[in-house]
Write a protein that binds this ligand. Structure first.
Ligand SMILES: N[C@@H](CCC(=O)N[C@@H](CS)C(=O)NCC(=O)O)C(=O)O
Length: 246
């Protein structure tokens, strides 16, 4: 075991934060981990924003490549897949398909489910219920999960067989349907894919790092987790400044 692994990962236990962890655990690659504490706003600190201009997790530094820094979870997965030659299809068309579904996760599944979560699990417990926004994001999330369900018909994984970074990127978000309060009823292909992903030991190991957050999956004491989660983003909810007219 080398003293300094190439990859230094800055992350937290969230849907985007788990993506590089799932890759690294699945690929059995050594890495150094620095957990980022949202309650201390570490992701906004000066040293961190120099690495990640967006002030969000995750970020990696590749010591094996002149300390090259990569931010944006989709770009991190692509970088790691190329560096280690894993979990990316071969050939121009296969890679284009991977990029298409990665973009779909990054631009649609993540943002829509993220907002469904935000309005219900952060804003609402802090006394700020926005019915219209909740309906919009929950309905759009369900529609997107239906797209995934169709894509998965007759397939083991999102691009067929084998498992790729598209599964890695999509799983933490889609699997957190409980936290987004989005129903997966009737989405049998999606549920079968959840079962397959739930059965991958390395992926499951990653979900416990930096610390377990089982409430995202409807397990453990959800009320306690919801309160803690709402608390760590409390400064983001500006009560009394809503422009919505009701
Ligand atoms: N598009 C970015 C989004 C990153 C992101 O939103 N990260 C969240 C956690 S899932 C975060 O850092 N939140 C802390 C904050 O908003 O200050 C990516 O995929 O890397």
């Amino acid at each position: 075991m080398s003293e300094q692994p190439d990859i230094h990962l800055y992350t937290a236990s969230t849907m985007n934060g788990w993506k590089p962890l799932i890759f690294l655990e699945e690929a059995e690659v050594e890495y150094e981990l620095t957990p980022i504490d949202f309650s201390k706003k570490e992701q906004k600190s000066e040293w961190y924003v120099q690495l990640n201009p967006n002030g969000r997790i995750p970020t990696i530094i590749d010591r094996g490549n002149d300390d090259f820094v990569v931010f944006e979870s989709g770009a991190i997965l692509w970088y790691l897949a190329e560096k280690y030659g894993k979990f990316l299809p071969e050939g121009e068309k296969g890679r284009s398909q991977a990029l298409q579904w990665l973009m779909f996760q990054m631009s649609a599944i993540g943002p829509m489910m993220g907002q469904a979560m935000y309005f219900q699990r952060i804003a609402e417990p802090r006394g700020h219920r926005e019915e219209f926004s909740i309906d919009r994001y929950v309905a759009e999330s369900r529609r997107l999960l239906e797209v995934l369900d169709k894509q998965l018909a007759g397939k083991m994984y999102l691009l067929g067989d084998p498992f790729t970074i598209v599964d890695i990127a999509t799983y933490p978000w889609a699997r957190s349907y409980y936290w987004a309060k989005v129903s997966v009823e009737g989405l049998n292909n999606l549920q079968a894919w959840f079962d397959r992903m739930d059965a991958r030991p390395a992926t499951q190991r990653a979900l416990e790092i930096p610390k377990p957050f089982p409430a995202f999956f409807g397990k453990g004491d959800v009320a306690v987790s919801e309160a803690a989660n709402a608390d760590r983003f409390k400064s983001d909810v500006k009560l009394g400044q809503s422009r919505s007219k009701r």
